[in-house]
Design a protein around this ligand. Sequence first.
Ligand code: DGL
Length: 277
Amino acid sequence: MSTTATPTIGVFDSGFGGLTVLRALIRRMPAARYIFLGDTARLPYGSKSQRTIARYAAESARFLVDEQKAEFLVIACNTASALALDAIEQAVPVPVLGVIEPGAAAARAASQSGDVLVVATEATVHSHAYAAACQARGLRALEKACPLLVPLVEEGWTEHPVTVEVIEIYLNELRAEAAAAGLKPDTLVLGCTHYPLLRPLFERAVRSGVKVIDSAESAAAAAVELLGDRATAASSGLVAETRVRCFATDSVEKFERLGSRFLDRSVGRVELVDLGG
Ligand code: DGL
């Protein structure tokens, strides 16, 4: 692998929420070539078992590396990062970056009190991957599953009063649990790649002084660091249009319709791929 050639980066999510990570990657490395896969046929991962998530994620990673020739993988899905990173690393012979460690590192940098809150899917919370990554950095983390949020985002209700209310309820519960545990949280980690779309609502709902961490941004920053010289080669400002190819395992039309909101630009034509059941 040449050290200065622009890289082909595979970006994987269970759906199209991971496009928020792709958006952050493109901002930092517009000259890289990107292959995005959303496993929309098997979404949500957040309510499934570790075994199933690992199988789905490994198959998706093989598609990106074996068939699409990705040289570096970003797992733009908190659930797959929390429960399937080992399985993915065993499935493909390229470097793999998940979003949990960068998210926890950003929380460490942001928190003064050492107490952080994490909102994520059921599976991510049950894995306690964030709690472990935070603890390794001297932080205390309280995690909460917010299973209603992914369907609300999938519905496009990113400004809807119902979503505002649901976030308020979840945060009130989390604040009560934090108070009962004697924590003084000053940082909230959005531990699901759908949630950056709700970031303005979270920022309005948290108490003043609480910082909101978006694991999409911290993962993109970690990817730049890991890619070293190749990231520098891909950071060139002289790019007419970033090369992005999007694949989905189902709901291609919905992906094309809603995906541009996540990516902040058109996702173009999304190609259908069959990875089996
Ligand atoms: N992409 C998942 C995550 O970041 C959310 C959607 C799902 O449950 O599959 O955790």
